[in-house]
Design a protein around this ligand. Structure first.
Ligand code: V0V
Ligand code: CO
Length: 142
């Protein structure tokens, strides 16, 4: 079901400062920036590598306010790894397969994700304490 690690989401207080840290330390390049009101974040994708099934990224996340998923996470846990996102071929099928194992889906239907992906979150309490995201890349024009 899982094709690759699509991205690791990292919560930070200051997006620009954290982008600068990743650029300086690892030479990573920002390939997308987006404000996602629905998810309560301002985020940037930094490209790490390409594989047969698509790219892998670091996603830096700054909250739009304290009462958002990332805002609450920063208040209780501080900066650091927030979620792991796996690439899947079909998001709806993957959600059904995971739900059938008893893991709770936070999202009942796919939502808009970075770079025109379709995403869905799985509850961290059912995945060993790890907030887990499924990601389907956008359909390519042919
Ligand atoms: C909260 N908890 C976590 C967690 N966030 N555990 C592991 N990893 C995290 N990131 C734990 C927390 O410690 C509590 O455990 C419990 O869950 C309830 O936490 P809470 O602070 O009361 O928060 P809730 O229940 O209001 O919300 C938690 C969930 C929420 C996970 C349901 O954050 C959520 O819906 N997240 C999905 C959306 C999201 O994260 N969006 C931002 C990324 P104890 O203390 O009870 O043991 S957007 C993104 O990735 C995009 C756009 C993309 O393109 O990729
Ligand atoms: Co993400």
């Amino acid at each position: 079901m899982l094709l690759r690690i699509d991205h690791i989401g990292i919560a930070c207080h200051d997006l620009e400062a954290t982008i600068a840290l990743y650029q300086k330390t690892f030479g990573l390049t920002v390939v997308s920036r987006e404000v996602n009101e629905e998810q309560g974040v301002r985020e940037a994708m930094l490209h790490v590598a390409d594989g047969e099934t698509g790219g892998s990224y670091i996603q830096l996340l700054e909250p739009l306010g304290p009462d958002t998923p990332v805002g609450k996470f920063l208040a209780s846990r501080g900066e650091g790894v927030h979620h792991v996102a796996y690439g899947v071929a079909g998001i709806t099928e993957a959600m059904e397969e995971v739900a059938a194992t008893g893991v709770r889906l936070i999202d009942k239907a796919p939502r808009h994700g970075s770079m025109n992906t379709s995403i869905a979150f799985l509850h961290p309490k059912d995945v060993g304490g790890v907030l887990t995201e499924l990601v389907q890349a956008p359909e390519r024009d042919s």
